[in-house]
Design a protein around this ligand. Structure first.
Ligand code: IPE
Ligand code: IPE
Ligand code: MG
Length: 237
């Protein structure tokens, strides 16, 4: 098999470094987020061209609520603009938009726009764009545990039969396969509470490139590196 044939089915990205990109240019942080939105479009294009069917993007973490209100408002506005400007393309490429996270935390107008696009694209199966919004990995596991405990109390689930497959059913997007490749930009080497359950056997790729500079070429380099990795899952090669 040619190395380039080894493609991840699911790529997850921690899109980090927008603020630093802006600061280096003496620009407001929001300009960095806007430029980062262009990298999102580039990443979507790469996935479409290569046939990578699942792309999960960490767009706003549960911890990001600690940022100044103006930055949060700017990010929410940018998300709404992105949905508005890109909706037609999502339909054209038959991309199903999905969201993971505590959506109830989001402003009502953002929720409304998300709902419209999520429902409008829900029948598509070619590509899945999964946005992590107000997302925390521990919160997801706790939410799953709550759902599970409720099911047990209501007699729908026998605790003795709990296993990893059953637990997974209570996660935010149970049918989505685990990421094969996790990319984090901006030089930070940490998970920042991203997909703690799902990343257990992902290949991890860290690059100093800031997210607004992470375009087709940089994504291609990450995919080339992934193709060189040997995944063993604990077995012998
Ligand atoms: C990532 O860029 C985008 C979000 C977290 C929403 P940052 O805003 O974290 O950029 P830096 O890390 O400050 O450079
Ligand atoms: C992680 O980036 C969250 C997103 C990219 C949405 P942060 O910039 O918020 O993470 P920390 O604070 O460096 O861990
Ligand atoms: Mg950051």
């Amino acid at each position: 098999m040619h190395a380039s044939d080894k493609l991840p089915r699911h790529v997850a990205i921690i899109m980090d470094g927008n603020g630093r990109w802006a600061a280096r240019r003496g620009l407001p942080r929001l300009r960095g987020h806007e430029e980062g939105a262009e990298s999102v479009i580039a990443a979507l294009r790469v996935c479409r061209d290569r046939g990578i069917r699942y792309l999960t993007l960490y767009a706003f973490s549960a911890e990001n609520w600690r940022r100044p209100r103006t930055e949060i408002a700017g990010l929410m506005g940018l998300l709404r603009r992105f949905l508005h400007n890109r909706e037609a393309e999502l339909h054209r490429d038959r991309v199903r938009l999905r969201v993971i996270g505590r959506l109830a935390d989001l402003p009502a107008d953002v929720r409304r726009d998300l709902r419209r696009v999520i429902e409008g694209t829900s029948s598509y199966r070619n590509y899945h764009l999964i946005l992590a919004l107000s997302y925390g990995g521990r919160a997801e596991i706790v939410d799953a545990a709550r759902g599970l405990a409720m099911a047990a109390v209501e007699g729908r689930l026998d605790p003795a039969r709990l296993n990893e497959r059953v637990f997974r059913r209570f996660l935010y997007a149970p049918d989505v396969p685990d990421p094969d490749l996790m990319i984090r930009t901006s030089g930070e080497i940490r998970l920042s509470n991203f997909l703690l359950w799902q990343l257990s056997y992902a290949e991890l790729y860290f690059t100093p490139t800031l997210w607004p500079d992470f375009r087709e070429k940089e994504f291609a380099e990450a995919l080339a590196e992934y193709a060189r990795r040997q995944r063993r899952f604990g077995a012998l090669a």
